[in-house]
Ligand binder design. Sequence first.
Ligand code: SAM
Length: 183
Amino acid sequence: MRRPLTALAHTAVQAVLNPGGRAIDATMGNGHDTCFLASRVAPDGRVIAFDVQTHAMAKTHERLGAAGLDALVNLQLRGHEQMTTAVPHDWPGTVDVVMFNLGYLPGGDRTIVTQAETTLTALNQALQMLRPGGLLSLLLYRDHGGAETESTAVENWVSTLAGRYVIERHESPGPCLFLISAS
Ligand SMILES: C[S@@+](CC[C@H](N)C(=O)[O-])C[C@H]1O[C@@H](n2cnc3c(N)ncnc32)[C@H](O)[C@@H]1O
């Protein structure tokens, strides 16, 4: 049976994110990825997570608290396109992993979705965050309203990275996953 792309993304993250590490969750949503990242960097690493919805932040805060990981995570109620201004000044060039899981909040308001323009701004900032050997994990959905504009823009953006980054592309009938490694 085919492995879900979310599991594949987590396996790739595990290879580069260790205790004491630094990670960014660009789309916290219900907090699954934020919690996973925090569990990897524990006991003394740091995670910064972004979302534009208070509901996402509340769910993530609750999940982190239940796992005893909330002290490791800084939750930012603002768009990932503000990543550069939100992270500490010494983070650019040192981050092990940035994760994006685009689209809408499952179980939430489906009219609030990631948008091509802000996503591309955030993706460019994410590349600046990565240390050499760091990983950008990008899960791209193509089946919600407006998704086509975003997915086309993201696919074009990924194609501009060829030769400068190591890029793996994993397909599924639904989303596709890009694993982009900084050399
Ligand atoms: C598919 S969900 C993320 C799922 C999440 N990674 C998890 O593990 O549960 C996408 C999230 O992106 C958020 N989002 C939309 N626009 C955003 C933006 N500009 N910056 C950050 N998050 C945004 C949505 O509110 C939604 O919660």
